[in-house]
Design a protein around this ligand. Structure first.
Ligand code: NCD
Length: 359
């Protein structure tokens, strides 16, 4: 199935050269934002936030306002017709007929792709469940490129909730496309990176190791990407509590690191980085959040009005086969074609990437 517009569902739908161009444009905008102040005069962004957000939502809004455009939308579906039972298709169809570009965050995996199937303007994925968060990754790449001067040849530690953290999934997928990166996956056994992301790391010949100790990993890292334990994605409070507070970066642990380490975090922080770390020059997460505006300005400029069609679904449906991920959008919006990419005895859901074995 083909969308009428070019959307940003997954960064890996585009070549690395496209990401690099966006990063360069983001840097140019950061140096001279006034030059771009009227580039979106008269344009409207629609923001549909079905999940809480501070940075992503407000940095998109700021980006559009700084480009001269205006913003409509909701940040709580309970105040929209979603509360009356409206499906994603209808909400998307309507808002995309009011706006020139749409940004959506939704707790269901694959929701951005589902929305793009019927939207009348380009859609940007601002986080779909625990699946992907491509614009956070662009923010991370801009910050890394500025601070390290390169996106390859880095030893990158990702620490915390690797199973549920969409920022980690998108970041690893992206960084695995640059040469000679090594990944240190720091988590408990329970929160290890999903196997489909590990398969991507293997397919790109990226080196990775899995460790449980942050102290052990610290001395080898060029970048440490800390993440929050994603309370809202756990099946029970007890499971969440068993994982909470296992990884806390403090000055003592930071003293084990290289002098030119950089510490990133998509934020919000709960308690995985002690506040004392904020004063260390290696702590770059606030600057990272600020960069979110410039890269999103670059993204909006690049995508708005882009009417090149995009192929969204390449696979096919299989009689009686459903995705086994209960949080996949296809298990909530019944009208969606349940498409899979076939691969021998394995099928991969085209919306959420969940793999299932053929019966
Ligand atoms: C992240 C998200 O929503 O996935 N936040 C963000 O967009 N900056 C990380 C998180 O919520 O832990």
């Amino acid at each position: 199935m083909i969308s009428k517009f070019q959307n940003l569902i997954d960064l890996n739908d585009y070549p690395v050269s496209w990401w690099d161009e966006l990063i360069e444009l983001g840097k140019k905008i950061k140096k001279n934002p006034e030059e771009y102040a009227h580039k979106c005069d008269g344009k409207i962004m629609g923001t549909l936030f079905y999940e809480p957000s501070t940075r992503t939502q407000m940095s998109f809004q700021t980006a559009m306002l700084r480009l001269g455009g205006r913003v409509i939308g909701f940040d709580n579906p309970e105040t929209s017709s979603v509360a009356k039972g409206e499906n994603l298709k209808d909400t998307t169809k309507i808002v995309s007929s009011y706006a020139d570009i749409m940004v959506m965050r939704n707790p269901l995996e694959g929701s951005a792709k589902a929305a793009a199937l019927t939207a009348d303007c380009p859609i940007i994925n601002a986080g779909d469940g625990k699946h992907l968060h491509p614009t956070q990754t662009l923010t991370d790449l801009l910050t890394l490129s500025e601070k390290k001067g390169r996106l390859g040849g880095l030893t990158v530690g990702v620490c915390g909730d690797l199973i549920n953290g969409r920022t980690v999934h998108s970041l690893l997928k992206a960084l695995s496309c640059y040469p000679d990166n090594t990944f240190v996956l720091i988590s408990t056994k329970e929160l290890r990176l999903p196997s489909y992301i590990k398969s991507i790391l293997k397919a790109t010949n990226s080196k990775y190791i899995e460790v449980e100790s942050l102290e052990e990993a610290m001395p080898m890292l060029d970048v440490l990407y800390m993440t929050r334990i994603q309370k809202e994605r756990f099946a029970s409070e007890i499971e969440y509590l068993s994982q909470k507070d296992i990884y806390i970066l403090d000055n003592r642990k930071l003293s084990l690191a290289k002098k030119d380490l950089i510490v990133l975090h998509p934020l919000p922080r709960v308690d995985e980085i002690a506040v004392e770390v904020d004063d260390d020059p290696r702590a770059l997460y606030f600057e990272q959040a600020k960069n979110g505006v410039f890269i999103r300005m670059a993204l909006v400029l690049t995508m708005i009005g882009n009417t090149n069609p995009q192929v969204l679904l390449k696979g096919k449906t299989h009689a009686g086969v459903c995705c086994k991920n209960p949080k996949c959008i296809t298990n909530h919006e019944q009208y969606l074609p349940k498409n899979f990419i076939g691969n021998g005895d394995t099928l991969e859901c085209e919306y959420c990437d969940e793999r299932l074995l053929r019966e």
